[in-house]
Design a protein around this ligand. Structure first.
Ligand code: F6P
Length: 319
């Protein structure tokens, strides 16, 4: 293999740049040429290529977002789009591709394999919703952002003796809500993976008030319920003064944590090593702090379950 390509696709995640840097530098270290593709699969079907060198990835390890830009492309998922992408890559002499993103990105990689392009997926999404890896790039930064927001909201919630319902991202999964709720000491955490009762949430708030608690923080995953609906219902059941905070896209930005940079560096380097060793149609993951790889199609057919012991613990500690 002499030349490989690299793209980021789907929602950006802090640490993607550290992964880009690792892919580029590992490739160059092993004497490969490396080409970036701008705007994910949308750029791939237009041949939006950008030759990369050591300097192209200088000063990016600490930056959020992705210097390659990203997009969600419908066109790529049409057979003509994929064929077009494959022929443009062949013209450019790209013999293998590393894709960084979430499950939509990995589904794109499987399609590329069908048209003959060896592809390796690196999990980059704040949602942590990819099977076969305990952590995805960006998750740690996102939960730290949420915890920071909880700390700040707690100050004003205490001063005003209010209930706050904070909505976090995560798409259909509750990983962000659960981890940030545990780390931030939220009174209740609502996740899509577990049924919940707002009567129970209100009962807990009232118990807290009886023993002098001044505030309550309820964290809801966007996949469980909107914060607005939760707040309306709590107010209706209890008559308590309730406010809403939807954290939104601030969870996707910001300088990546050291953990995310290390994870991104390890995963990015592994992706290139796999291509050099003739491997293809794999995703990189981390389990028990070891970098591993799994067949992409098989990996996506697995479920990625929440650790319910963490959920129980959050409940016990917020008694
Ligand atoms: O997948 C990352 C994510 O931030 C989800 O948590 C969220 O549901 C979605 O992307 C938002 O997407 P967009 O930026 O396209 O609104």
């Amino acid at each position: 293999m002499k030349k490989i390509g690299l793209l980021t696709s789907g929602g950006d995640a802090p640490g993607m740049n550290a992964a880009i840097r690792a892919v580029v530098r590992t490739a160059i270290y092993h004497k490969l040429k490396i080409v970036g593709v701008r705007r994910g699969y949308a750029g791939l079907i237009k041949g939006d290529f950008l030759p990369l060198n050591l300097g192209s990835v200088a000063d990016i390890i600490h930056r959020g977002g992705t210097v390659l830009r990203t997009a969600r492309s419908e066109e790529f998922f049409l057979p003509e789009g994929r064929q077009q992408a494959a022929s443009l890559m062949m013209q450019e002499g790209i013999e293998g591709l590393v894709v960084i993103g979430g499950d939509g990105t990995f589904r794109g990689a499987i399609e590329l394999e069908k048209v003959g392009i060896p592809t390796i997926g690196v999990p980059g999404t704040i949602d942590n919703d990819i099977p076969c890896t305990q952590f995805t790039i960006g998750f740690d930064t996102a939960i730290n952002t949420v915890v920071d927001a909880i700390n700040k909201i707690r100050d004003t919630a205490t001063s005003h003796e209010r209930i706050f319902v904070i909505e976090v991202m995560g798409r259909h999964a509750g990983f962000i809500a659960l981890s940030a709720g545990l780390a931030g000491g939220a009174e209740s955490v609502l996740i899509p993976e577990r049924p919940f009762s707002l009567d129970d949430v209100v009962a807990k708030i009232k118990r807290g008030q009886q023993r002098g608690k001044l505030h309550s923080i309820i964290l809801t995953a966007e996949g469980a319920s909107s914060a607005i609906d939760v707040a309306k219902e709590i107010q209706k059941i209890s008559g308590l003064d309730t406010r809403v905070s939807i954290l939104g896209h601030i969870q996707r930005g910001g300088t990546p944590t050291a953990l995310d940079r290390i994870l991104a560096s390890r995963m990015g380097a592994e992706a290139v090593t796999l291509l050099i060793n003739g491997k293809r149609k794999l995703m990189v993951g981390i389990q028990d702090n070891k970098i591993k790889s799994f067949d992409l199609e098989w990996a996506l057919s697995q479920s990625n379950e929440i650790d319910f012991s963490e959920y129980e613990l959050a409940q016990v500690l917020a008694i």
